[in-house]
Ligand binder design. Structure first.
Ligand code: R5P
Length: 328
């Protein structure tokens, strides 16, 4: 591991994220990996300028990017950083993208629209050894990248299940786990099975169930009609989503669940963007949970997923299994 360096921008939210990765690898694996700085500035007209002050020649670099940035800056910075590092003769370059932006447009769902997730993959993949991300909007996005650039899609669920069992064990009894739309059904069922698995060795067995909301979007960022399939009457409910943008989906879902007699309401969205603030959800949910793939103030509950990224980086580098990371 002596040839490995973590690279991040000290003036961005990803610096703390990178520090935590570094700390975790040292604590658990006893390996001290160098965390180096990249400078990202702008010309007066807004063009982005990137610079690494130290020598990176022959290094295996893991660049940790800040997903909370303006999405256009996020993309252009990645292209420029890749160019700079490859020209700087790194041995290999892996990108750590806690939230893979531009993932929502992952198919051509109407005429004359781009497949943005594919366009991103085309622009990034050449010369990149590996991409490490979390809870991709759709698993098939991994297939947009060539075999020479594998994408490790980490799952945050084990961390979330552990957190819920530690802090809210009693509220989990007779819990119904709800998918806020059809696209989330698979992910939510995977979450449910982790929850069930986590209590295998426990003496007290809780009962969990599954429900689904069908959602029709009138326009991007607007949520139309929603219908509930399943029973939530008298149960605590947990909505699980990959992404909270405006919060409109989960707010509307909370209203429907209340109308159908749900008791306590929890929600978890891995990537908490909250473009309309967190109140839209804290007003209607008993607990709002997210991870730290996006930067948020501590006004909501934030589950730290840096240990998963740290382990994935370590295992990718030394050739250990990454999938066993998700076992509870
Ligand atoms: C949709 O397919 C996604 O999984 C999320 O449900 C959606 O992007 C959330 O957006 P918003 O918070 O704006 O409703």
């Amino acid at each position: 591991m002596e040839n490995v360096i973590l690279l991040s921008d000290r003036n961005s939210h990803s610096w703390r994220f990178a520090q935590k990765i570094q700390e975790h690898i040292f604590k658990i694996r006893g390996v001290n990996i160098d965390l180096r700085e990249i400078e990202i500035t702008k010309f007066n007209n807004g063009e982005i300028r990137v610079h690494v002050p130290s020598n990176v020649r022959k290094k295996d670099v893991f660049y940790i990017h800040d997903s909370s940035k303006n999405p256009s800056d996020w993309w252009v910075e990645l292209l420029l950083i890749k160019d700079l590092l490859l020209r700087g003769s790194v041995n290999s370059l892996s990108l750590v993208l806690p939230n893979m932006l531009y993932s929502r447009q992952d198919r051509k769902d109407q005429p004359r629209v781009p497949i943005s997730a594919r366009a991103l993959a085309d622009s990034l993949s050449k010369g990149i050894k590996r991409i490490i991300t979390m809870d991709l909007h759709a698993n098939q996005i991994q297939g947009f990248y060539p075999a020479s650039t594998p994408v490790d899609n980490l799952y945050s669920f084990p961390a979330v299940v552990r957190y819920l069992r530690k802090h809210y064990l009693q509220d989990l009894d007779n819990l119904v786990v709800v998918a806020p739309d059809a696209g989330a059904a698979r992910r939510t069922k995977a979450f449910l099975s982790k929850l069930e698995k986590a209590q295998e060795d426990s003496l007290v067995k809780q009962k969990y169930s599954f429900a689904l909301l069908s959602k029709i979007r009138d326009a991007p960022g607007e949520v139309g009609e929603m219908k509930l399939v399943g029973d939530v009457e008298g149960k605590n409910a947990l909505l699980v989503d990959d992404l909270i943008d405006t919060g409109g989906t989960l707010r509307k879902a909370a209203e429907i669940l209340r109308q159908h007699g749900a008791r306590k309401l929890f929600c978890y969205g891995t990537h908490g963007i909250f473009t309309k603030g967190t109140e839209i959800l804290t007003e209607v949910f008993d607990k709002v949970l997210t991870s730290n793939t996006q930067y948020n103030e501590n006004s909501i509950e934030i589950i730290d997923v840096t240990p998963l990224f740290a382990e994935a980086i370590y295992r990718a580098q030394v050739g250990l299994s990454v999938s066993t990371l998700f076992e509870l």
